[in-house]
Design a protein around this ligand. Structure first.
Ligand code: HEC
Ligand code: HEC
Length: 460
């Protein structure tokens, strides 16, 4: 009897041990699995739909809101009056979110030498500084050049890009063509002031935004201070920007110069400036002060509830998982990425804030490959247009998660804030200024190692 009892005890212990071993393998902790770029909100789809998966664990109700936002993201806006999505323009850049953020991915620059038309690249403009230290609106034009207008109204102007070809030669004699963009504004409906500042912007990918939004201000500030005691980190600084809802200066996160603090404002300004759709945060048409402006209706053109669905959708898109993480070339590339100090700005790992109200983004160990800080990459990339604390040569470190899937998802590759780099190699070669050490390290690598570093980027 006693012997039988001991046997049962042993059996029980074995079963418990076996069960706990299985559990460990089934659910590896996120920090132990380098593939989980978005922590618990990572998708293993590496196909053309990789940038459009909803968060896991949403309630039926929340999933419905996500799905409504998803539809709204791709649906074209049309001229009012219309039953569905009215209010386009009168001035706009494009007709839907999805026509710029193709398949939730990055955009493409316009055809060289042709007016930009319905391009995804847009042109920010400014003249002087506004009352909060932000870019000053150009009289009669505002802060963005709307190069399209609805029937019967006048667009602000056309803009065109042309490229000056430069040849970059590696120490071993290999060479790469680089394209330096030059922009021209033409056919403007009114005179533009001398000293006008321009900043071309390519749409970035829009997955994982909820996770980036939940990286706390304190974490961003701590990352900017870390360089004081950690030599692997390159000093950068946050952008402090005007928050139109809180009416105060806050830490910026979104956009190539980190000029918006949260998703609601980022999306509100996109609706208003890019599509001409007024909304609860930005209720005045972008052509305010121009002949096109008709103050016949100050109600937001998008309802608050549809706006909220769009914001919720953008908050709840998963991040694609890394691929080939155990491939020896990729592992070598990862080592070089650290040695070259790329990770001094493109931070591999960040832990998001605890957010009791939103468990999916709470306390997640993510691998966004950004510090959300501003860095000066030298005169080669500078646009000369300051935005709050970002001077004319500073940009927010581009997140690199998902970058290896750009071609598969969007059918093209255009990198950097203005899309001038057609390949990852070209993007690295444009790095200068604070990234000179990294660029130089890359340039002097043997060819096989350059290939390994690119293989690592393609595994992200
Ligand atoms: C004309 C093209 C265009 C349209 C239309 C457009 N966007 Fe964008 N989007 C951009 C560009 C360019 C940026 C980068 C802005 C910057 O640098 O300040 C951007 C940035 C963003 C970001 C921040 C990404 C990041 O990494 O910081 C989000 C989110 C976003 N857009 C969502 C939307 C939504 C939602 C819509 C539709 C309401 C929309 N966009 C419409 C071009 C566009
Ligand atoms: C000093 C900080 C810094 C360092 C170091 C740095 N980068 Fe960057 N990186 C940036 C910034 C800022 C941008 C955005 C520049 C722009 O948009 O014009 C960027 C953009 C990129 C892009 C383009 C991403 C996209 O989606 O368009 C790639 C690729 C890239 N970096 C790779 C690297 C690699 C590889 C290294 C190391 C060899 C490196 N970077 C080192 C700050 C840095």
């Amino acid at each position: 009897m006693r012997k039988q009892f001991t046997t049962y005890c042993y059996l029980f212990i074995i079963v418990i041990l076996a069960a706990s071993c299985r559990k460990y393998q089934d659910f590896p902790a996120s920090e132990q699995d380098p593939r989980l770029s978005g922590g618990s909100q990572t998708t293993f789809d590496a196909g053309s739909g990789a940038f459009d998966h909803s968060f896991e664990g949403l309630s039926v109700h929340d999933q419905l809101i996500h799905d409504i936002g998803d539809k709204e993201f791709s649906l074209a806006f049309v001229t009012a009056p219309a039953p569905l999505n009215p209010g386009l323009g009168p001035l706009y850049n494009n007709i839907s979110c999805g026509s710029c953020h193709q398949s939730q991915g990055s955009g493409t620059p316009p055809t060289p030498g042709q007016p930009a038309g319905l391009a995804s690249l847009l042109m920010r403009i400014s003249y002087g500084v506004d009352e909060h230290g932000g870019p000053g609106p150009v009289p009669g034009f505002g802060l963005q050049l709307q190069n399209n207008a609805i029937y019967g109204t006048q667009k602000e102007a056309d803009f065109t890009v042309n490229y000056i070809l430069q040849t970059f030669t590696y120490p071993n004699g290999d060479s790469v063509q680089l394209h330096k963009p030059v922009y021209t504004i033409s056919n403007s409906y009114a005179g533009l002031p001398g000293g006008l500042l321009m900043s071309p912007r390519l749409p970035p990918e829009v997955f994982g935004m909820g996770l980036l939004e939940n990286i706390g201000d304190a974490t961003i500030i701590a990352m900017s201070n870390q360089a004081m005691f950690d030599t692997t980190i390159i000093p950068g600084h946050p952008n402090y920007v005007w928050d139109v809802v809180k009416n105060q200066m806050v830490v910026g996160r979104f956009g190539h110069k980190a000029e918006r603090s949260d998703l609601a404002q980022q999306i509100g300004v996109a609706l208003n400036e890019d599509i001409g759709i007024t909304n609860k945060i930005f209720p005045v048409e972008n052509c305010y002060g121009q002949p096109q402006f008709k103050d016949d209706n100050m109600h937001p053109e998008i309802s608050d509830s549809l706006f909220n669905c769009l914001v919720y959708y953008l908050k709840t898109i998963q991040v694609p998982a890394r691929r080939n993480v155990t491939d020896p070339t990729v592992l070598r590339g990862e080592q070089l990425f650290k040695q070259a100090k790329c990770s001094g700005c493109h931070r591999q790992t960040i832990v998001t804030d605890v957010n009791v109200a939103f468990p999916q983004v709470s306390n997640q160990t993510i691998h966004p490959y950004t510090d959300l800080l501003l860095h000066d990459l030298g005169p080669g990339l500078a646009d000369g247009r300051p935005v709050y604390s970002a001077n004319g040569s500073e940009f927010r470190t581009c997140p690199l998660w998902g970058i290896g899937l750009t071609q598969v998802v969007t059918g093209q590759t255009s990198f950097l804030h203005d899309g001038r780099a057609a390949t990852l190699e070209q993007a690295i070669l444009w790095h200068g200024g604070e990234a000179s050490y990294s660029q130089n390290f890359f340039v002097h690598l043997p060819k096989n190692d350059r290939i390994a570093l690119l293989a690592f980027l393609n595994s992200l």
